[in-house]
Design a protein around this ligand. Sequence first.
Ligand SMILES: Nc1ncnc2c1ncn2[C@@H]1O[C@H](COP(=O)(O)OP(=O)(O)OP(=O)(O)O)[C@@H](O)[C@H]1O
Ligand SMILES: [Mg+2]
Length: 335
Amino acid sequence: MTVVEHTRAWSFAPGTAPRVHVLHENPEWFPPFESAFRAADVPFQEVLLTDGSLDLDAEPAPGVYWSRLSASAHTREHRFTKEYTRAVVAWLEGWGRRVVGGSHVVELEVSKVAQHALLRRHGFDVPRTLAVFGRQELGVRARELAAPFITKHNQGGKGLGVRRFDTHEEFDAYVASAEFEEPADGITLLQEYLRSAQPFITRAEFVGGRFVYAVRVDTSAGSFELCPADACEVPTSGQTLEACVVDGPQGLFTLREEITADTPLVKRYEELLRGAGIEIAGIEFLETADGRTVTYDINTNTNYNPAVEAVAPRSGPGEIARYLGDLLRAETHPR
Ligand SMILES: Nc1ncnc2c1ncn2[C@@H]1O[C@H](COP(=O)(O)OP(=O)(O)OP(=O)(O)O)[C@@H](O)[C@H]1O
Ligand SMILES: [Mg+2]
């Protein structure tokens, strides 16, 4: 097995043995995947899309490519990783390389508008949402929602820009203030505030378009606990994210065992993923006090929670290594 240390796009050398090339920008998130690739004996290579260059007329190195672009890359001083990923993926697809998380997935990852549109098209109950370009219309459009309502960034991830407002006046003051958080792409979402029946949300994980497990994320204490690796806190009205820790307190993330591959909602998610050509995803939903099941987020980049991984019947990174390993074998030994 060949394992190559972190490289950058320019080192996509032809003539190397086929492997799984992982495109990403945050090495801190990689160890669970590295372990899984090693355990499954899948040759892999990390490609950090933080800088680099491409020869557009050169054939990409052989193998399978997996983009792990994260919508929050810009918060790690990787503002242009989104653009680098778009460029690299376009080049790879042009050469006919097998890309998991290809151009259509990249566009979905960085746009909650696109996620909402896809969910709506597939008949899911989605939160009432307005997308506002720039700051000017925020106050006016917010009046179309009853308070409380929330804001979030179109290019989100780890709860970026998620704030709750209990009055429109409070929101106006926030928009006019220096505290206003400028979204990476200028698009702020205004969204109905969903009251959950119980203080948790659920995130269903899929690999190869198939259900792996569902995670219950505790949102008690008035906070929304978010990304499994970056448990970020959204306190009450008008507050910003105060804390962002690598792992939440014990028990924040637990396996939701009653959600299985046979759950009708899970089957519907699998249909959506199949229809949209999304192979790896974590889909979040919330069950409201008034009996709705509302889906509000499609993540195509998951950091699997260690506490859940410890008890889950199947491992997220393990399934990914297996899936990509199978694709690699199919590429190198086509039947
Ligand atoms: N409309 C809503 N009403 C009430 N709570 C919400 C709503 N939308 C989101 N939340 C809460 O805020 C959290 C973050 O929202 P969302 O998932 O849309 O943002 P994100 O930036 O994609 O975060 P992450 O990367 O952690 O998934 C959700 O997990 C949920 O707890
Ligand atoms: Mg989310």
